[in-house]
Design a protein around this ligand. Structure first.
Ligand SMILES: Nc1ncnc2c1ncn2[C@@H]1O[C@H](COP(=O)(O)OP(=O)(O)OP(=O)(O)O)[C@@H](O)[C@H]1O
Length: 597
C-alpha cells in the first residue's frame, strides 16, 4: 500500500470512538449481535450436513430413522429462523444506533460551526471543506463502525468455513486467498480514484447546489420570474451536472469492466475446485452430506471473502472521507483560547483604532493601511463615504468578526482581541445592512437581541416603540406572539421597512454601551425615518454610537462625522466644520441635495 492509499488507523479509531460515545449501550448490543450472526452460518452448515447424512439412501434404506430426520429438520428450521430473526433484530438495533449517531454528529457540527470565526463563512476554500464534512459526516462514522463489525463477522465466518474446508484439503486456503488479493488491490485503486474525483468536484457540487437553490429557493423566485432566468439557470445547472456525471460515469464504467474480468477468472477457479469435490464424492472418498457441506462451505467462503474485501475497500474510502470530517473538527477556534478579558464597564475614554491595517483573508488588497481613528465614549459618530470605502469593514472589525491584519482596536485600554466574544456581544449592539429576518414570533425577533436579559414584555415593547414597530405588532392577530415571515403557517409577512424596524428593535433591546447602526434607515419611508430620528437621539444620548449612513437626516445626528475615502480618513469634524471646509463631505452633500447638477 502506498502512503496515500494506506488506511489511517487514527481516523478509523476516532470514528469508532465517535460511534461509541454517541451511545455506549447500542454499540455494545450491536457488537454482540454481530458476533452471534457471524457464528450462525457454521451452525447451519453442520445441521444441513447432518440432515443430508440421515436421509442418504446410500447408507441403506433400513438405516433411515424418521425421528432422526425430524430432529435434524427441526434443527435446520430453528437455525434458519434464528438467522432470519437475528437479521431483523440487528437491522432494528442498527437503525436505533444510527439515530443516536446522527444526533451526536449533528451536535458536534453545530457546536463547532457556531464558534468558528466569521471569516470562514466568507472563504470559499472553507466552504469546500464544510460541504464535504457535512455531506459525509452524517453517515460515514456509522458506516465505518458497521464495516468494522461486519469485518469481524466476516472474519469469524470465513475462519470457520476455512477450518471446515481444511478437513477436505488445506490447499483450498491458498486458492481462496489467491482469488482475494488481486481484488483488494483493484478496489483500493478505484477507491482512491473516486475519492480524488470527489475532492476535485467539490466546488462543482456546491455550484450545482447553488444553481438548484436559484431555481427552487424563495429568495430568488422573484427575480427568476421577472428576468425570465429559469432557462439560463437550468442550462447552467445541466452543464455543470453533465460534467460532474460524465467523469463519475467514466470511472464507474472502467471499474465495472475490470471487476467483471476478475470475477470471471475467480468463478473459473471455483468451478475447478467444485469438480474436484464431486470427483472425490464419486470415488466414495467423501459422503454425499460431506460433499454438500463442502459445496456450501466453499460457496459461503467465496461470498464472505467478497464481502470482506468490499468492506476493506469501503473502509479505505471511508477513511479518506473521514479525514475531511476530522479536518473540519480540528479547526482551531482561537478566540476562545485567548479572549478571556472583559469589556470596560463603563466605557470611559472610548474606542481607538491604532495603526490598523486590514485585508480580507485570501485577498491581497488592503482595505485599510495604518488607519487611526478615535471615537470618544458617549459620542455619536457618523461614518460616511462612497461605496466600498470601508465603512462596513470597520463595523465588522468592531464586532470582532474579523481581526486586524496589523495594529489594534482598543476599548479604553482593553484590546478587542482579548475581550471574550460573549462579553463583547453584550456590550455592543449592532444592526447590519443585511439584517436577518427570523421566522419566529414578533416577540422573539426582538428578544434575540439579548437572550441573557431576563424576559420582560415591557422592555420588549419599549424597544418596539423606539423602533416604531409597536403599533404594527400590537395589531397582528396574535399580537407579539404572531409568527413572522412566510415559512410557517399562520405567520404574517412584514414589508422590508417593517423588517428593518424589527431589526432595529432587536438592537435597541440589547441595552448595550455601544450601539452601531449600519444603514439603519435605508428601507424606511420619510415619515418613519423622521419619527425614528427622535428616538435615535434618545437612545444614543447615554451611549457611544456609530452610525453608517448615506442619509443626510441620519448623519445630522452625529457629534462627529468621519469621511472615508479608499480606506483612509479624508475628513473628520462636526457637520458645520465639514461644510465650511468645502471638501469631500461638502461635495457629497451637494450631490445628495442636487443629484442632477
Ligand atoms: N468578504 C469580503 N472579502 C473580500 N473583500 C471584501 C469583503 N467584503 C468587502 N470587501 C471589500 O472591502 C472593501 C470595503 O468594503 P465595505 O463593505 O467595507 O464598503 P462600504 O464602505 O461599507 O460600502 P457600501 O457603502 O457599499 O456599503 C470593498 O472594496 C470590498 O470589495
Amino acid at each position: 500500500m502506498t502512503k496515500k492509499n494506506s488506511l489511517s488507523l487514527k481516523h478509523l479509531v476516532r470514528a469508532v470512538e465517535l460511534v461509541y460515545r454517541s451511545s455506549p449501550k447500542w454499540t455494545f448490543i450491536n457488537s454482540i449481535l454481530t458476533i452471534l450472526r457471524g457464528l450462525i452460518p457454521l451452525l447451519l452448515l453442520l445441521v444441513v450436513k447432518q440432515l443430508i447424512d440421515v436421509v442418504d439412501p446410500s447408507n441403506g434404506i433400513d438405516s433411515i430413522n424418521n425421528t432422526e430426520i425430524l430432529k435434524s429438520l427441526s434443527l435446520v428450521g430453528s437455525f434458519f429462523l434464528l438467522n432470519a430473526i437475528s437479521g431483523s433484530v440487528n437491522s432494528l438495533t442498527r437503525e436505533r444506533q444510527s439515530h443516536f449517531l446522527k444526533d451526536y454528529i449533528q451536535k458536534l457540527i453545530h457546536s463547532k460551526t457556531v464558534h468558528l470565526p466569521y471569516g470562514y463563512f466568507e472563504d470559499s476554500s472553507y466552504q469546500d471543506l464544510f460541504f464535504r464534512a457535512i455531506n459525509e459526516a452524517n453517515f460515514r462514522p456509522g458506516k465505518v463502525f458497521y464495516s468494522i463489525l461486519g469485518l469481524f463477522q466476516n472474519t469469524i465466518t470465513l475462519l470457520v468455513m476455512l477450518s471446515v474446508l481444511t478437513t477436505f484439503n488445506w490447499l483450498l486456503i491458498p486458492v481462496l486467498l489467491g482469488i482475494g488479493i488481486p481484488i483488494i488491490f483493484f478496489r483500493m485503486y478505484y477507491s482512491r480514484k473516486e475519492y480524488e474525483l470527489k475532492l476535485e468536484q467539490t466546488e462543482d457540487e456546491r455550484r450545482l447546489q447553488y444553481f438548484n437553490r436559484l431555481l427552487v429557493g424563495k429568495d430568488f423566485a422573484k427575480e427568476v420570474r421577472i428576468f425570465n432566468l429559469s432557462k439560463t439557470f437550468s442550462n447552467k445547472y445541466n452543464q455543470v451536472r453533465d460534467e460532474v456525471r460524465n467523469k463519475q460515469w467514466s470511472i464507474s464504467k472502467s471499474k465495472t469492466l475490470r471487476e467483471s474480468i476478475v470475477q470471471i477468472l475467480s468463478t473459473i477457479i471455483l468451478l475447478v475446485v467444485f469438480s474436484f469435490i464431486i470427483s472425490e464424492a464419486i470415488k466414495g472418498n467423501i459422503t454425499n452430506g460431506a460433499m454438500a457441506m463442502y459445496f456450501l462451505a466453499l460457496q459461503r467462503s467465496y461470498a464472505v471473502l467478497q464481502e470482506l474485501l468490499t468492506r476493506m475497500s469501503s473502509l479505505l474510502e471511508d477513511n479518506l472521507f473521514l479525514k475531511n470530517f476530522f479536518d473540519f473538527q480540528n479547526i482551531e477556534i482561537p478566540a476562545q483560547k485567548n479572549a478571556k478579558g472583559n469589556f470596560p464597564l463603563p466605557l470611559q475614554n472610548g474606542i481607538v483604532f491604532k495603526n490598523v491595517s486590514f485585508k480580507y483573508p485570501n485577498t491581497d488588497r488592503y482595505v485599510f493601511h495604518d488607519l487611526n481613528l478615535s471615537i470618544p465614549a458617549g459620542h455619536t459618530v457618523a461614518l460616511v463615504g462612497a461605496n466600498g470605502s470601508g465603512k462596513t469593514t470597520i463595523v465588522k472589525l468592531l464586532a470582532g468578526l474579523y481581526k486586524p491584519t496589523n495594529g489594534e482596536i482598543l476599548f479604553d485600554k482593553n484590546n478587542l482581541s482579548k475581550i471574550h466574544p460573549s462579553d463583547l456581544a453584550e456590550n455592543i449592539s449592532i444592526i447590519f445592512q443585511d439584517f436577518m429576518l427570523y421566522n419566529v414570533s414578533a416577540k422573539d425577533n426582538i428578544r434575540f437581541g439579548n437572550m441573557r436579559r431576563p424576559f420582560s414584555m415591557e422592555q420588549i415593547t419599549d424597544a418596539a416603540k423606539n423602533a416604531g414597530i409597536h403599533n404594527i405588532f400590537d395589531n397582528l392577530k396574535d399580537g407579539y406572539d404572531t409568527h413572522l415571515g412566510t415559512l410557517f403557517k399562520d405567520s404574517e409577512m412584514l414589508s422590508r421597512g417593517e423588517w428593518q424596524r424589527t431589526a432595529l428593535a432587536r438592537s435597541f433591546y440589547n441595552d448595550a454601551q455601544v450601539i452601531i447602526l449600519d444603514e439603519p434607515t435605508s428601507s424606511l419611508d420619510a415619515y418613519t425615518e423622521a419619527n425614528l430620528i427622535n428616538h435615535f437621539k434618545e437612545i444614543t444620548k447615554k451611549r457611544t454610537a456609530i452610525i453608517v449612513s448615506h442619509r443626510l437626516s441620519t448623519i445630522h445626528l452625529a457629534d462627529t462625522i468621519i469621511v472615508l475615502k479608499d480606506g483612509e480618513i479624508c475628513e473628520n469634524g462636526s457637520y458645520e466644520d465639514l461644510i465650511s471646509l468645502k471638501g469631500e463631505f461638502y461635495n457629497m452633500i451637494n450631490v445628495y441635495q442636487n443629484p442632477l447638477s
